[in-house]
Design a protein around this ligand. Sequence first.
Ligand code: GLU
Length: 482
Amino acid sequence: MKERARFAPSPTGPLHIGGVRTALFNYLIAKKNGGDFILRIEDTDAKRTVLGAEDHIKDSLKWLGLKFDEGPIKQSERKSLYKNCVEELIKKGLAYYAFDSAAELESARKESNGEFKYNYETRKSMINSFTVSEEEIKNRVERGGYVIRMVVPEKETITVNDEIRGSLSFNSNEIEDKVIMKSDGMPTYHFANVVDDHDMKITSVVRGEEWLSSLPSHITLYNHFGWSPPKFYHLPLILKSTGQGKLSKRNAEEQGHPIFAVQWEESKGFKESGYTPEGILNYLALLGWKGKNEAEKYTLDELIECFDSNDINKSGARFDIKKALWVNHLHLKDFSSKKILSLSEQAKSLLEKKYSVGVCEEIVGLIKERLNTVFDVEKEVYVFVGQPKNYDADAIEKITRNTIYDILNFCKLNEELISEPFSLKESLTSFGSENEISFGNIMKTLRLCMVGSLSGPDLFKIIEVIGHDETLHRIECLINKI
Ligand code: GLU
C-alpha cells in the first residue's frame, strides 16, 4: 500500500514553527517510503478561521520546499461527505441528536461542580434521541438548532497504538460522547478528521502530542464505521529553551527569536531573519529525532534517506536558537558561492560593481566559514569593497599608537611589497624582530587597518584581492587617524 501522510493545519492563525515541524515529519514519513504528502486545510470552524492564515501556511511550506503532492484539500468544501457519514452512524444507532440548550448544559455543569461529561450515564437525563419520542425527534430536527453526538460505549477498554509511545489503553467511561456535527451543520474537528483520513486513504497520521488525548474518540469512530485506522505518530512537544513549558510566541519574542517560518503581520519569520530553508528544516528534524549516525547536518534529501520513525523520541524537545543558528551556519558554509550570492542581493551588487563574476565568487569563498545568517554575507564582503568605517579603539590602545604607526609606516615605505603578500610577510617578520615588535601585533595592526577590527577573513587574501592601491590607501588612512 502506498504511504500517504497528510499535514492538516487549521487556519485559525499563522503557522508557527511547531506546525512546520509536524509538516516536515509528515513529509519525511511519506517520502521515506516513496509516498505522497498531502495538505489538508481543516477549516470547519468558520468562527475561528483567520484571514490570511491559509496563505501563510502555503507560503511557509513553499519557502521551505515542502511540496505537497495533493491539495490543499479544504474541509469546508466537503460538507456532503460528512453529512452522509453522520447519517450512516445515526442509522446504526452509533450517533444521536442532542437538543439541549446552552442553558441546560450550563445547569448540568453547575450541578456536577463542573465535572459534567455527556456520556453513557448522563445522556439518560438530557434531551436527546435516547430520551424523547420519535415524533419529537422529527419535530425538533425540523426546527434545527441541535447537535449530533457520537455514542461512546459503556465499560469498554479502548486500546490504541501510537508508533512512538506504543500501546495505550483508555477506559471508555472516561470518554465523552463528543459532538460530531455542530448546529450549523458543520462537522467538528474529530469527525471530519477521521472521515477524511479514511476517505483520503491516509496511512500515517503524524501530529503533535496534544492530540493524543483525542485518539480514543477517533478510534471509537473508526470502530463505529468498521474502518481500519491508520498508523499514528504523536510527536513530542517543542519546549522553551529552559525545558519548562511549551514554546510559545510570547516566549520566542522574549528570547528575541522568530516563531514563524515566514513573516506574519509585524512578526518577522526565520526567512526574514536570515535563516535558510535548509538550515531550518535540518534544525527542526533534530527536534525529536536523532539519526543513527548522530550526524547534525542533513539536507532534505539526506533526511529522507536517513530518517527512521523508530528513532523519534517520546520526550519533549528543547528549542535552542543558538543551535538553530549553528545548523544554519553548517548549511551556508557548504553552499556554492553562486548560491550564496543569489541569497544576498546587496552583497551581490556591492561586489559586482568592483569585481568580475569570478572574483566575486572567490571572495565569497573566503568568507563562507564566517556566515551564520544570510545578512552576514553583506557584512562580511564589505571588507573587499570599502575601507573600514571605524576602528576597534580597544585594539588600538592595546597595540599602542606608536607601534601601529611604526608598522604601517614600514609598509608605506616598502609599498612595492604590497603586491607580493609573501615577501611582505617575510620583511615584516624581520622588521618585527629588529624592532622588538611581536608578529602578533604586526598581524593585528594590518588586520585593524584592512578590516577595522581584529576578526575577518584571511588577511593576505584580502590584500591580494583589494590590490596595491587600495591597500596603500587603507594604510594611509589609519596613519592619518592615529
Ligand atoms: N487541525 C488539527 C491541527 O490544527 C490537525 C490535527 C491532526 O493532524 O489530526 O493541528
